[in-house]
Design a protein around this ligand. Structure first.
Ligand code: ATP
Ligand code: MG
Ligand code: FE
Length: 339
């Protein structure tokens, strides 16, 4: 089936089109520049930007795919989690397209879609897989028996998300928002062993994460340098902070694989675009005999193709469509794959 996917949970208006699990189009309009001067996403600004970008982005996706509205067999949309007002714009648009085209509507979970998207690049997801989901608002380890039906949470952050930590540390270092890509680039010029920053919950026996202590440690370290009138070695601090984050993420991901006897690890979400995370995960998976799958960076950050991919998976699994009156649920739990 040809599935149109719509994503508006944060600051990206994403529209993707897939046929089965083949990617045909992935159009993204971002309002990130409008938020940059506030140092974070402003919900009202994001909602308005989605409203303005929706129609042109859908048209761009149809163009890219070389298909017409009449070819679409189903519409999938992010029903949650995310910013309530932003989600509403996508859900309302998706309902309108579904009704207008006379095709079924699938309200899907944004986090499960960060996992499902990998199928567009690397083929069917082994059942079961372990998924490390690391993004701006979430950091979780998941056992995924079947991404269309069953996602089990094994652990998650008890405070900040990994992406949130990247963004906050970037701000401390005077790097622009969103900070993840800037830390990634700065770190390439520094040493990850320059400063021994703390690794939260390193040996606590759980599959949970904690990043707020690390964030505070970096801020204190930088403040001390500044008070002493010394220049802050931005590249070394970025690299050392990044190393602390990816050390814990990869360590716990492999602990999960071992504990549940699963040989396939997938990493998804915006932070999965991080070059050091990808490299260290590959190194440790090779050593442990675990197969690693990470989508290309453009499919890690928010996009519509991931929503289309999960919608298409639901259609293929014979799972019924959503009711036309589904709400947007800003705190939809990861275990609810679809509405
Ligand atoms: P969620 O998926 O939890 O709702 P979100 O949709 O805002 O959150 P994503 O778009 O999936 O998040 O990810 C955005 C986050 O990814 C930001 O925190 C950003 O800094 C981070 N990020 C993007 N690229 C990189 C990178 N190369 N290195 C580290 N972090 C990155
Ligand atoms: Mg974003
Ligand atoms: Fe996301």
């Amino acid at each position: 089936p040809l599935v149109l996917g719509i994503e508006t949970s944060c600051d990206e208006t994403g529209v993707g089109i897939v046929r089965g699990q083949t990617l045909l189009a992935n159009a993204v309009a971002s309002s990130v520049e409008e938020h940059a001067r506030f140092g974070g996403v402003v919900p009202e600004v994001a909602s308005r930007a989605h409203l303005e970008a929706m129609t042109p982005t859908v048209e761009r996706a149809l163009d890219q795919a070389g298909v017409r509205f009449a070819d679409i067999d189903a519409v999938a949309v992010t029903a949650g989690p995310g910013l309530a007002g932003a989600l509403l714009v996508g859900v309302a648009a998706a309902k309108a397209y579904a009704v207008g085209l006379g095709v079924p509507l699938y309200g899907v979970n944004h986090l499960a879609a960060h996992v499902a998207v990998d199928q567009l690049e690397h083929g069917p997801l082994p059942k079961p897989s372990i998924a490390l989901l690391v993004s701006g608002g979430h950091s979780s380890l998941l056992l995924v028996p079947d991404v269309a039906k069953d996602v089990i949470s094994l652990g998650s952050t008890v405070d900040d998300a990994a992406g949130e930590a990247f963004d906050k540390v970037a701000r401390v270092l005077g790097l622009p928002f969103p900070g993840g890509p800037h830390i990634d680039r700065a770190a390439a010029q520094g040493s990850g062993a320059a400063v021994a920053f703390p690794r939260g919950k390193y040996d606590d026996g759980t599959l949970d994460f904690s990043f707020s202590g690390l964030k505070t440690a970096v801020a204190r370290w930088v403040e001390a340098k500044e008070r002493a009138g010394e220049t802050v070695p931005v590249a070394d601090v970025a690299a050392s902070f990044q190393e602390a984050v990816v050390d814990v993420l990869t360590r716990k991901a492999l602990q999960a694989c071992r504990k549940y006897d699963v040989q396939d690890l997938l990493i998804g979400g915006g932070v999965a675009a991080n070059s050091r995370l990808r490299a260290l995960a590959q190194e440790r998976c090779d050593a442990a005999g675990v197969r690693l799958r990470v989508p290309r960076p453009g499919l890690c950050t928010d996009n519509g193709a991931m929503i289309a991919a999960l919608g298409s998976e639901l259609v293929a699994a014979g799972i019924g469509p959503s009711a036309l009156d589904i709400p947007a649920d800003s705190s939809l739990p990861i275990t609810t794959v679809h509405m």
